[in-house]
Design a protein around this ligand. Sequence first.
Ligand code: IVH
Length: 671
Amino acid sequence: MADNSLIKQLTELKQAIDQHNYFYYVLDNPQVPDAEYDRLLRELQTLEAKYPELITADSPTQRVGTTPASAFAQVRHETPMLSLENSFTGDETQAFARRIQERLKDGSDIDFVCEPKLDGLAVSLIYENGHLVKAATRGDGLVGEDITANIRTIKSVPLRLLGDDYPQHFEVRGEVYMLLAGFEQLNLEAQRNGEKIFVNPRNAAAGSLRQLDPTITAKRPLAIFFYGMGKGQSTFKRHSEVLKKLPSWGLRVNPEWQLVTGSAKCLSYHQYILTKRINLPYEIDGVVYKVDRFDLQEQLGFVSRAPRWAIAHKFPAQEELTKIHEVKFQVGRTGVLTPVAKLEPVFVGGVTVSNATLHNMDEIARKDIRIGDTVIVRRAGDVIPEVVSVIMQNRPADSKPILLPQHCPICDAEIIRLEGEAAARCSGGLYCAAQRKEAIKHFASRRAMDINGLGDKLVEQLVEIGLVHHVADLYKLNQQQLVELERMGEKSAYKLIKAIEVSKATTLARFLYALGIREVGETTAQTLASYFLELDPIIQASQEQLEEIRDIGPTIAKQIHTFFRQEHNLEIIERLLKAGIHWPKPTSAVIKQALPLAAQSFVLTGSLTSMTREQAKEKLIQYGATVSNSVSTKTGCVIAGAEAGSKLTKAQELGIKTLDETEFINFLNSL
Ligand code: IVH
């Protein structure tokens, strides 16, 4: 038999955990770190494991039952769960308020409680002596299903109420919903495991509550907001009093509710919540206005299943059905191609939508979208409309696949799509009108051509007024043209022209970098410049030749090769050179030195006495060689200093030529 102090200890632990749950879930204001909460919970679990006879049903450890049900029992609601009339416009809402005034034969403005209308599932919970005893779905409004075991798994549902002023037996109603972030996570996992994807958070919440096995429900990110009482509310005079009271018992109420007077204020609330909607972590599909005074609610009564004292003012639907007529490809400022569906115009999310993004070719494949399909289009807030999914049953026999174009719809350059990458890109970077501004900004930037004073804003202005179409046009600008620009004085115009002039003297590496070839950053530009020494051989190089260069793999090689195959890119390069861009020509000595070891691969191992390994490496690179760290069949020669180890052994095994330090120095001298 357990002693009283043990029971007291258990009760205190349970109370402490309930308190923390209240601060965490109801007030969104945790009072202790998670670790402390976990410690209390573990302490309780340990004690309960030792004294199982002392486990109570309302213990925070008892949320998840163990035995799955074979079916849900039916529950008759103590008072029917009604639904709401809908209003879709301000006029309809004002008419609703007028009807109320007429019925009450009172022309004065009515007090309304305004609340967000959550897009989830209505549930009814019964508390007896502060303990959760039953939870049911709405069902047909009269009879619902017993989902007590599932509701108990939701952390924001108190199993036992706080305080002591709650009615002995009462019903509280609310909406179970799924957080958007949790919904996305759930679908991500479902996709990974090849399971069913939920179309929206409401369906996911409904599916989760309809699980016969509560251990599954317990894993779902569900939450609840309570919005009213059934039986038991007669101790209150106003709905607003109920909403103020519920949180003190641990019953979570959406904090966005407001008490207003008159329908005009209801409409302002609608506007206000509409602007907040996009930032809410859960979905709402409108707002609800409820007459605040219960005596007036009673006088007004009901029509069929809906009260006369409340109405749901819906937001425009965020998802609608429509048809894809064709698909066009847009080219973004960095050359990325985005497929855009041209739709049968449809009113969704408050505007008429005739285009929706399809993101990229992978998304098209994943959603199996074809031209001619009937699709669900979604527009949430100001977010770009997108195609959510295809209604497969409606696919016409003549539906057409969506094909990636081979040439840019803007400049006709080749489209490159690299393996493993979702994005397809235009390779006409220097010429393509879609990429103009970015190409010029990059070209002028400090580490590229370093045109001092040509900032992003100015580039945009020059392009917008049509003075500059391509980077080559920069070298045609004159001071007079610049002075006519906004915010440009004589002096700065002069300085800019001077800076453009100065930029003509550059290096091959900087010039290559400035061209903005995809994947070619400063280091790769430098590698190309030191390997080839001149521009022409780079332009002529085959993809295979490029791939032979150290640090240049097939991806970069393909980008470089394709870039220089675009007629328009070459035209711009020619114009740039004609305008006077130049760099130091490699002297004959450099060429002579560079040639002997070009494309030969060396590995250095062991220690050298006459120079450091780093110096030896530099020398080899100067002569055009590549130097790598590991020995492979591609290695041409291994330089083995004193105490060379496994690399030398490997070279010998592979039959690769090796040189000791003296041989190496003689070899360098012979070049
Ligand atoms: S009050 C008689 N308040 O909307 C009043 N309902 O269309 C009945 N809902 O079944 C409900 N948020 O699932 C009320 N703040 C809110 C609500 C809300 C969402 C749902 C609820 C109800 C449906 C009625």
